[in-house]
Design a protein around this ligand. Structure first.
Ligand SMILES: O=C(O)CCC(=O)C(=O)O
Ligand SMILES: [Fe+2]
Length: 199
C-alpha cells in the first residue's frame, strides 16, 4: 500500500516552476477520495460560448471555496459552494507542501477519453500575478501537455497518476499553456482538483 510521499521532481522547463509529486496520496487514500468526490460533489455540465457559438463543455465541473468569490473563464461565471469533506482534508495536506493558503478549488470530471480540457493558461485576473496552482489527480491516468507560448518548439507531456500532485507556480502561467487532450483509448473517469487563491 505504501506511504504518502512529498518526494518530487522539478520539470526541466525554461520559464516555468512545475513540480510533480507522484505519490502525494497513497493508492488507498486516492481510491477513497475518488469515490467520495464522485458521489458528493455537485457536478454540473455548463455551456461555453466561443466566438459566438455555444457548446457543452467537454467535461463536468464544480467550484468550492471559502471566501464566496466567483471564478470566471470562457464566458462562464462559477459561484463557489462552501468546502466539504474530503476537499478540506486534501486542501490541508497540499497547503503543507505548497506553503500557500488556498481559497478555492475548481474540480473537473473527465467521464471518459472523449472528455478533455483545451489549451489554456490559468491566467485569469482574479488569480493575481504568478499564481500557485495545486492540481491533484484521481482515477484514470491522463496525459498533461505543455507548450511554451512564444517558442512553439518547446513542449512537454507527463502522465498524471492516481494520487499525484502537480504544483505550478512562479511565471509558469505567463509563459506556458497546458491541456488534457482526448484519447481514443477506452478508459474510465478521472477527477482533477485544482486549488487556487482567488483574491
Ligand atoms: O485536469 C487537469 O489536470 C488540468 C485541469 C486544468 O488545467 C484546469 O482546470 O485549469
Ligand atoms: Fe488549467
Amino acid at each position: 500500500m505504501g506511504w504518502p510521499s512529498a518526494e518530487n521532481t522539478k520539470l526541466a522547463l525554461v520559464d516555468a516552476d512545475i513540480r510533480y509529486y507522484p505519490h502525494f496520496l497513497t493508492a488507498s487514500e486516492a481510491d477513497c477520495f475518488f469515490d467520495r468526490l464522485l458521489q458528493n460533489i455537485e457536478w454540473r455540465h455548463d455551456d461555453i460560448t466561443i466566438f459566438g457559438k455555444t457548446y457543452k463543455q467537454p467535461r463536468l465541473t464544480a467550484l468550492y471555496g471559502n471566501n464566496g468569490k466567483p471564478y470566471s473563464y470562457s464566458n462562464i461565471v462559477m459561484w463557489p459552494h462552501s468546502f466539504i469533506e474530503p476537499l478540506t482534508t486534501i486542501k490541508e495536506r497540499i497547503e503543507k507542501v505548497a506553503k500557500v493558503e488556498f481559497t478555492t478549488c475548481l474540480l473537473n470530471l473527465y467521464r471518459d477519453g472523449k472528455d478533455s480540457n483545451g489549451w489554456h493558461s490559468d491566467d485569469e485576473k482574479e488569480l493575481g500575478r504568478n499564481p500557485v496552482i495545486a492540481s491533484v489527480s484521481l482515477g484514470e491516468e491522463r496525459y498533461f501537455h505543455l507548450r511554451h507560448k512564444k517558442n512553439k518548439s518547446l513542449k512537454s507531456k507527463l502522465l498524471l497518476q492516481h494520487g499525484s500532485l502537480l504544483l505550478m507556480q512562479g511565471e509558469t502561467q505567463h509563459n506556458w499553456q497546458h491541456q488534457i487532450p482526448k484519447t481514443a483509448k477506452r478508459i474510465g473517469p478521472r477527477i482533477n482538483l485544482t486549488f487556487r487563491v482567488i483574491v
